[in-house]
Design a protein around this ligand. Sequence first.
Ligand SMILES: Cc1cc2nc3c(=O)[nH]c(=O)nc-3n(C[C@H](O)[C@H](O)[C@H](O)COP(=O)(O)OP(=O)(O)OC[C@H]3O[C@@H](n4cnc5c(N)ncnc54)[C@H](O)[C@@H]3O)c2cc1C
Length: 343
Amino acid sequence: MPFKVEITSSGHAFQVENGESVLDAALRQGLALPYGCRNGVCRSCKGKIVHGDVRYPSGTPKALTPLDLAQGFALFCQARPQSDMRIDVEEISGAGDIVVRMLPCRVAAKRQLAHDVMQLQLKLPQSERLQFLAGQYVDIVMRDGRRRAFSLANPPHDDEHLELQIRHVPGGTFSGYVFQSLKEKSLLRLRGPLGSFYLRKKDKLPVILMAGGTGFAPIKSIIEDALNEGYPQPMHLYWGVRSRRDLYLHETASRWADKHQNLHYVPVLSEPLPEDGWNGRTGFVHEAVLEDFPDLSGFGVYMSGPPVMVSSGRDTFAARGLDPLHMHSDSFEHAYATGHDNS
Ligand SMILES: Cc1cc2nc3c(=O)[nH]c(=O)nc-3n(C[C@H](O)[C@H](O)[C@H](O)COP(=O)(O)OP(=O)(O)OC[C@H]3O[C@@H](n4cnc5c(N)ncnc54)[C@H](O)[C@@H]3O)c2cc1C
């Protein structure tokens, strides 16, 4: 029988299935409780039990001191409820609530998704997990200390591996290394999570998610997170690329739209090739949004990808009534523009 857990400060409540930890159940139901290692070691998930009982299947974690236990503290990544509960814990409400960390990681898999896009699956050390909000990015820190920003493409609930989608920039130091020399099992260093590009669920607005090229990566994370939680608002995904071969996860996006009535997917090609046989939308992706939505007041808009796409969207959407407070973007500036090249 599932138990009910209520968070005193917010009044949020969620169900914990038999054998499930308090943290896993909260994350599954879209409540962002803090965590770090998810192994009962780092104490990031520590919170107080106001009412109710828990058990620890592998024994009481050593990280909980006798004083912690006497004061009713628990480690929610390990604790399994034995009754309905009320707990005191700080919910993560924005990016600023998550500690930014530097972590080593291993390349668990490298797969070419398109002629110029490589997918990396990164594995953190056994005892570590990276807490992040869907849509955030990490800096890959190179040996000489210079940094390169890449968005996390996996959603937070599916965090065994961290997924990056890296476009090969002609002459690019890091992306060139990824395409030419990086081997599976290689070690990298990352710093994160970073950025404030995440879905403002509390706004409860229908949203337009506009991606250009590998700007699809953070939007994939946001959509998979939203679908996992059952985010009820309409979501309109526009993905702009040059030609058909650049829609490197077209089937994934089409599948989301087939399965979920509130997810609408519009791919837009700016330079379709004759062999594409394309009879879908063409032109610039922000123009496709403008054609479909004459009035953007009452929408949230999320844009990620090339700076020129983001700035075109910013200028033209504001003129269509989009509230600047509901306009969010990650402009994929390169390292020199963002200062990432100076460690
Ligand atoms: C918040 C954020 C998130 C990002 N997420 C992603 C992501 O998920 N996937 C992804 O592929 N990229 C992403 N980027 C862009 C990515 O960081 C850069 O393309 C990357 O730094 C390139 O590094 P490099 O060492 O290969 O190229 P560099 O050696 O730094 O550059 C080589 C040459 O290419 C030019 N150049 C480099 N990057 C770009 C670019 N993006 N556009 C145009 N010219 C460029 C430089 O001016 C230079 O002349 C993101 C950027 C930001 C700011």
